[in-house]
Design a protein around this ligand. Structure first.
Ligand code: SD4
Length: 337
């Protein structure tokens, strides 16, 4: 019997009311990450292991330069990482933010979950914790990240995320001082090129769900900036009795609305995944019509969907799915609204 057929019969469990499990869904067209997670599930691994391995693959491959080392240098040229992992059975969460000099952010997030009573560790202290847990410290700078940083300095530090400071941040580099009078809200200048976090949802064969994220955040962010990705309910959320969601986009705006939590609660109340995703995006749109962002959602029966806010540069959102219907990860897309 061919091995693939053996796998198929071994691991695919279509049951009444459920799509066939296991299942992996992740943001953007990060196919190798989907395949890595799927491989874990195929060999009988847990949803948690699948999410960790899938995100780890993206970190190693520096998916689109926005996951892992050597991407999104901050104002001082350093790459720092945010990651989250959530077990939808136990509701345990581990997260790291502003993690420095450690490549495997999702691994450290998992260590926070499994080896501490805490939920999130940040900055240098997270690095120290990681070192103690056996993770290797190394410089996350690459030729590419150094180049991005150098060009940015040469271009008077444009764009940046400062407002209401002196000298004028749209013309000059730091150091800045606050100005007395607050001006109007700064126009959002993030776009499809400065975004691409991996957010992943995995179901094992028993319907246990896990979710996770990994990112290096935003290029030219202010040192210390933490995005939505490591914030539970914002970057991702999972509850095996209701479903899971994971978000990507302008984290500074999105985290104010906990879109992943909102989508999961909508699905718990019976809303189908596509509509739940849309509702989470709509909630943000009401206040920030031009925000850049998307979300993937799956309910407890393994039905899934996605939604995105239509802005120039994001008319369609791509995401990946692996399930028993195909040998290879499938590229899906949704029209933004
Ligand atoms: C952040 N949400 O740090 C992340 C970036 C991202 O798609 O998702 N990019 O704001």
């Amino acid at each position: 019997m061919p091995t693939s057929f053996m796998y198929f019969t071994l691991i695919c469990f279509p049951t009444f009311g459920q799509t066939s499990l296991p299942l992996v869904i992740n943001t953007w067209s990060f196919k190798n990450a989907t395949a890595a997670a799927w491989e874990v599930l195929q060999s009988g691994g847990s949803a948690l292991d699948a999410v960790e391995k899938g995100c780890e693959r993206c970190q190693e491959e520096q998916c689109d330069g926005s996951v892992g080392y050597g991407g999104s240098p901050d104002e001082s040229g350093e790459t720092t990482l945010d990651a989250l992992i959530m077990d939808g059975n136990t509701m345990e969460v581990g997260a790291v933010a502003d993690l420095k000099r450690i490549k495997n952010a999702i691994g450290v997030a998992r260590a926070v979950m499994e080896r501490t009573e805490h939920t999130m560790l940040v900055g240098e202290s997270a690095t120290l914790f990681a070192e103690n847990m056996g993770f290797v410290t190394e410089d996350l700078t690459t030729v590419n990240s150094l180049d991005i940083f150098t060009q940015w300095l040469k271009g008077s530090c444009q764009p940046n995320y400062r407002k209401n400071v002196f000298p004028n941040p749209s013309k000059s580099c730091r150091p800045y001082k606050p100005i007395a009078k607050l001006g109007p809200e700064k126009k959002l200048h993030t776009n499809v090129h400065s975004h691409d976090t991996i957010g992943m949802i995995a179901f094992d064969r028993y319907g246990h769900i896990a979710a996770g994220t990994s990112t290096n955040g935003l290029t030219h962010k202010i040192p210390g900036r933490v995005g939505d990705s490591p914030i539970v309910g914002a970057g991702a959320y999972a509850d095996s009795t209701a479903g899971a969601a994971a978000a990507t986009g302008d984290g500074d705006v999105m985290m104010r609305f906990l879109p992943s939590f909102l989508a999961v609660e909508m699905m718990r109340a019976g809303t189908d995944p596509s509509a739940a995703c849309k509702m989470a995006i709509s909630r943000i749109k009401r206040h920030y019509a031009d925000f850049f962002g998307a979300i993937i959602c799956a309910n407890a029966t393994g039905h899934y969907g996605a939604a995105c806010n239509k802005v120039p540069g994001l008319l369609q959102f791509h995401y990946m799915v692996s399930n028993c219907e195909s040998d290879t990860p499938l590229l899906k897309s949704v029209e933004c609204f």
